[in-house]
Design a protein around this ligand. Structure first.
Ligand SMILES: Nc1ncnc2c1ncn2[C@@H]1O[C@H](COP(=O)(O)OP(=O)(O)OP(=O)(O)O)[C@@H](O)[C@H]1O
Length: 238
């Protein structure tokens, strides 16, 4: 589970500060995809960056885990936050940031080794997991291809597999369909939904595109940094 609790985030804006996230409380539970939608500039990516521990909020908590093993990521040092991210959070952000020199399989192996050990046994386990995930996203045949040899949809699938290879509890996805046509976008959303349910991750997914509403388990709308509408059993607001 991930829960943002009364999170506020501001950025410097000349002599003032702009409030990008305004007292947001939002919960993502295991095995569900929670969509976050809203107009451009409303604070969606900022919410995701706080959830990813990439930005520390001015105030509020970022609770990760279940009640027996709960961490407030907002209280961690930079080093501790990096460690938490490598072990417990999967990130699939815009422009999937795949490394051009690596094959699809290597992208996953490198990511998994950052969080795991380097013994021969651990490496073998990581390699097996990378192959299993490439299979889960339908890319076994493309495992040896480098980034420029893959289509946009294939790159997005590698990015999703990479986000899951260290078996995170939380998966954070920013606009996964923005570079894809309707059909490929629908496939990516179905893939994220299936993997979230199968792997029991708490997935937060930012999207403009409500054409894929059916693949979201919950949906919240952000306007001016605030959550305005929990829809159909959506997350709580404050
Ligand atoms: N690094 C930054 N420095 C200053 N202001 C920022 C920074 N990042 C975001 N902002 C501001 O914070 C607000 C929220 O931005 P954010 O990127 O979170 O919105 P968004 O809903 O994700 O937008 P979009 O849908 O266009 O990606 C905006 O007013 C934006 O200009």
């Amino acid at each position: 589970m991930i829960q943002l609790q009364n999170v506020t985030l501001t950025f410097p804006d000349g002599e003032n500060r702009i409030t990008a996230v305004d007292n947001v409380t939002l919960r993502g539970t295991n095995g569900t995809v929670t969509g976050i939608t809203g107009p451009s500039g409303s604070g969606k990516s900022s919410i995701l960056a706080v959830a990813a521990t990439l930005l520390r909020p001015d105030s509020g908590g970022v609770l990760i885990g279940n009640s027996s093993d709960m961490t407030d990521a907002a209280q961690l040092s930079k080093h501790e936050a990096t460690q938490l991210r490598r072990e417990r959070i999967g990130i699939v952000f815009q422009q999937s940031n795949l490394l051009p020199a690596l094959t699809a399989r290597e992208q996953l192996q490198v990511m998994a080794r950052l969080g795991g050990g380097t013994s021969r046994n651990q490496r073998a386990k990581i390699d097996a997991r990378a192959d299993e995930l490439l299979d889960a996203v339908g890319l076994t045949e493309h495992a040896g291809k480098r980034t420029h040899q893959l289509s946009g949809g294939e790159r997005q699938r590698v990015a999703i597999a990479r986000g899951l290879v260290h078996e995170p509890e939380v998966l954070l996805v920013d606009e996964p369909t923005s570079a894809l046509d309707q059909e490929r976008g629908a496939k990516i959303m179905e893939l994220i939904s299936r993997l979230t349910h199968e792997r029991d991750t708490a997935t937060l997914l930012v999207t403009h595109d409500l054409g894929h509403r059916d693949t979201l388990d919950d949906l919240v709308t952000v306007v001016d940094g605030r959550i305005t509408t929990p829809i159909a059993g959506g997350a709580p607001t404050r």
